[in-house]
Each structure stands twice: as structure tokens, then as C-alpha cells.
Write a protein that binds this ligand. Structure first.
Ligand code: T46
Length: 132
């Protein structure tokens, strides 16, 4: 069993292309209060390297691709996000590292709360300490 959940969104496709609907409490397991997106990431750049104490998020790669290492304190797994019809649930207390962004990557993240730096654990040893 995987340590992370991938949400598969229904694609409404016809000859004009595809449309995906994200609806709170319907196909999204989180309430979202904030949306941000990451793009224009230069080659070789790595982002993330933190966990959140409470925040729950869903990351969707709208264009291009990115690898995300997920770490639940015991196990690590890497997922490649490369489809706007898939969402990665980044749950609370999941350390995540993002790398191998393609230069056209647009990563959109839906978050269930406002930005709060005190919710971040940016020190890996501190993160591991929660599981000892
Ligand atoms: C996460 C991963 C997937 C704000 O001022 N407001 C915001 O809502 C966010 C998300 C960031 N910021 C500021 C804080 C930093 O000065 O933007 C700057 C870059 O943030 P950070 O270095 O945390 O970016 P990433 O890509 O390492 O992490 C981001 C999110 O911060 C984080 O919550 O889970 O994407």
C-alpha cells in the first residue's frame, strides 16, 4: 500500500478537449481556502523540504511534470505528477520534496487553510523526532 493518496479526477472530454471539475466535498477530500501555483522553476531546482503540522493540501500538475518525494516518517516514495487529471493529497505530517520540474511545469496546490509559517516543520530531524 502506498503512503500517499492519488486522486483521479473525472475528465469530461469531447472533440473540443477536456475539462476537469474540482468540487469541495465532492471529489476533493479537503476544504480549500487557499490556492497557489508554482511555475518557472529553473532546471535543477528543488523545492519543498518540509512537512506541515496541520495543513492538508492537494497538488495538481496542470502542465509539464514534477517528481515529489513523500515521506511519512517511516517510508519514502516518489510520485511523478504529470497529469491535470490527477491530484496528490499532501496530508499533514508528510515531509515532501519536489524536484525534476520540467521547464513548462505549472503545479497548482489547493490548501485547506491560510498561509501560516508556524505550521511548517522545515528541519528534517525535528520532523523525524515526531515519530520516535
Ligand atoms: C508546500 C509546497 C507544496 C506565502 O507568502 N504564501 C503562501 O501561501 C505560500 C505557499 C508561500 N508564501 C511565501 C513563503 C516563502 O517566502 O512564498 C515563499 C516560497 O514558499 P516556500 O519556500 O515554502 O515554497 P515551496 O515551494 O518550498 O513550498 C510550497 C508551499 O510553501 C508549501 O506549503 O507544501 O509548496
Amino acid at each position: 500500500m502506498s503512503i500517499f493518496e492519488v486522486l483521479e479526477f473525472n475528465e469530461i472530454s469531447d472533440e473540443r478537449g477536456a475539462l476537469v471539475v474540482l468540487e469541495q466535498f465532492s471529489n476533493l477530500p479537503i476544504e480549500f481556502k487557499r490556492v497557489y501555483y508554482i511555475y518557472g522553476t529553473p532546471k535543477g531546482v528543488e523545492r519543498g523540504f518540509h512537512a506541515h503540522k496541520q495543513l492538508r493540501q492537494v497538488a495538481i500538475c496542470l502542465m509539464g511534470s514534477v517528481d515529489i518525494l513523500m515521506d511519512d516518517g517511516k517510508n519514502k516514495e516518489i510520485i511523478t505528477l504529470n497529469s491535470p487529471a490527477k491530484g496528490l493529497l499532501i496530508d499533514a505530517m508528510q515531509w515532501h520534496e519536489m524536484r525534476n520540474f520540467t521547464n513548462n511545469c505549472v503545479l497548482m496546490v489547493l490548501a485547506d487553510d491560510a498561509y501560516d509559517e508556524s505550521d511548517y516543520i522545515r528541519d528534517y530531524n525535528e520532523f523525524k523526532g515526531f515519530f520516535e
